[in-house]
Write a protein that binds this ligand. Structure first.
Ligand SMILES: Cc1ncc(COP(=O)(O)O)c(C=O)c1O
Length: 370
């Protein structure tokens, strides 16, 4: 028997989400809907389709390993130096690079929990300790759904190399506000890197939720992670990026980059997507309107739903979570359950959300009689 590293053996096996076409076939319906992965319900941007088609004839060549055009386009878009920007094969790849570049075995990574599942996985793989700081209720009497930044700051010790603040938080959708985030950043030791994970930034509507890039200015231990997967409708193309105040942080990430992992079509698509700002803003406004409608409809049903600043909503169903999600899936609606805690539901199209709401009504009377 070969020797798999114990840290890797301990990583839970990857469990893929249900594919809607397979599920529909299995349960004998025409169509299943997937509200599980926080994609937008819109098709790829027209400029992205055009750009990808244009470069396909160049895919006999390796991509530019430094993703120069994407890096420059992002630098111009955000008014930063290209040396501060690193593109990666999706935000998840950058999560891995951050762990590899900043966490030696025996060091620690701190983050709220529950938050994005990649954080503890990446810590485990590099042999770092996860410091998980429980979420707290954002509203009196509510379920735990919000970062406790004071506790997060207090949990940092001299082994902590990396701290994540997922804002808005996946999977609960809540966001931390400017004053508390500034207080937090002021409290973090200067030699500990704070990454503001803003994968859902484009869906934020609360003016008091700060733009991480503004808070980053003048703080060399702060970086911001964003992605083209969500608002830019490019989840299948895989491009994310980190912008760091200190170019040395970006340089460290380039060193753990898997060579050529941002493909030729992905690079062309990212540049084209950045030029489609108007259309992206229109689409995000539609997602936000639908998010608010979905939230109101769920509250009308007596469910506790926090204000989401992302493109998903969180149903804290506790012990009913697994049963409700399974029953929804049996009726062709795929959501993302976290057993014992809640279900994350991606904002879909109005038609998809109506199907979800009607199916939830059926299911709740079955598994959670009022
Ligand atoms: C909080 C958060 N960060 C980062 C990512 C990375 O996304 P991607 O790898 O698609 O860029 C995701 C994706 O779900 C996310 O939810």
């Amino acid at each position: 028997m070969v020797h798999v590293r114990p840290a890797v053996q301990a990583v839970p096996a990857y469990k893929p989400g249900r594919n809607p076409a397979d599920l529909a076939r299995e349960i004998g319906v025409e169509k299943a809907i997937k509200l599980a992965s926080n994609e937008v319900a819109f098709p790829p941007l027209p400029a992205v389709l055009e750009a990808v088609a244009r470069v396909m004839a160049e895919t006999n060549r390796y991509p530019d390993n430094g993703a120069l055009l994407v890096t420059e386009a992002l630098a111009e878009h955000y008014g930063v130096d290209p040396a501060q920007v690193v593109a990666g094969c999706g935000g998840v790849s950058l999560c891995q690079q951050l762990a590899q570049s900043f966490n030696d075995p025996g060091t620690s990574m701190a983050f709220a929990w529950r938050s994005f599942e990649m954080y503890p996985l990446q810590a485990q793989v590099v042999g770092a300790r996860s410091i998980q700081v429980p979420l707290v209720p954002g509203r009196p009497g509510g379920s735990p759904d919000t970062h406790d930044l004071e506790a997060l700051a207090a949990a940092i010790d001299d082994t902590t190399r990396l701290v994540w603040v997922c804002n808005p938080n996946n999977p609960t959708g809540t966001a931390v506000r400017r004053a508390e985030l500034v207080r937090f950043l002021d409290a973090v030791p200067e030699d500990t890197l704070v990454v503001l994970d803003e994968a859902y930034r484009e869906f934020v509507t609360d003016p008091d939720v700060p733009d991480g890039l503004e808070l980053m200015r003048g703080r060399p231990n702060v970086a911001v992670l964003r992605t083209f997967s969500k608002a830019y409708a490019m989840a299948g193309l895989r491009v994310g990026y980190v912008i760091a105040e200190d170019p040395a942080v970006a340089q460290a990430l380039r060193k753990t980059h898997v060579p050529f992992s941002v493909s030729v079509p992905a690079q062309a698509a990212a540049v084209a997507a950045l030029g489609s700002g108007e259309e992206v803003r229109r689409r995000c406004a539609a997602v936000v309107a639908e998010r608010d409608r979905l939230t109101a409809a769920l509250r009308d049903r007596g469910l506790e739903v926090s204000d989401s600043q992302a493109n998903f909503v969180w149903l804290p169903l506790g012990e009913q979570t697994a049963a409700v999600a399974a029953a929804l899936e049996a009726r062709a609606v795929i959501t993302r359950p976290f057993a014992g805690e809640g279900i994350r539901v991606t904002v879909g199209s109005p038609e998809e959300d109506d199907i979800f709401l009607a199916t939830l009504d059926d299911v709740r009377s079955l598994v959670a009689p009022a």
